[in-house]
Design a protein around this ligand. Sequence first.
Ligand code: 13P
Length: 255
Amino acid sequence: MFKKTKPLIIANWKMNPETEQEAKTIASDIKEGIKNIKGINTVICPPVIFIDSVKKTLGKTILLGAQDAFVGNGSSHTGEISLEMIKKTGAKYILVGHSERRETEDTEEEIREKVSGVLKSGLKAVLCIGENERSEHGDYYHEVKIQIISALTGLQKKYTKNLVIAYEPVWAIGNKDNTALNSESLYEMAIFIKKILNDIFGQEIAKNIPILYGGSVNKNNAKELMENGKVNGLLIGRESLKVQNFIEIIKKIKA
Ligand code: 13P
């Protein structure tokens, strides 16, 4: 059911850092810190305004992603940035339906359109899902199931090869006590997610769709979450901006 793949580590910088110069410095320090580490796919998703300069700093070894994209027709959309524009920057990944966007912007319908638009454009879509709370009754399984079904229903199988699922329980994101999900519960959720993907696309496709974990990942829990949670990678917020910690996470995963 779980295919072992090259770990995929995605840094979600959210609305950080404040300046282009800082973005370049962080990118360059990360590049230097992991230059001898092979066998890990690292992706950085900076604010879109910094993608170009971060890309120039990183060269080819670390890939770039965007945190969202506008999917739709026409150009009269004030404030939006189209998929095509993002594609031209050289970014390869797009986060879709991050919980911080679900809260204020993206509806389930928009998320479905974004996933399919991103995949049809040939970019990789990282569909973010995750429950708001962990109740005792296990309602969170239902919540996650609804999110997956709603985002992927109708998606043709041929577009699934660039699909990535990022399971990020909302309560663990930016958690001030830095509490991540434990790896045992993550493993259970990963099995559950695979089962839903199985039901939608069949086993052959489901087994190839990578699952990432996000939410308070740090240098102390990263390896354990990957190994015992049996996920294919991690989506990292705060710790991806702390250069030394981020480098250490990558080193530990590789070790
Ligand atoms: P933190 O790693 O800061 O908890 O954020 C996780 C996240 O939202 C990544 O997309």
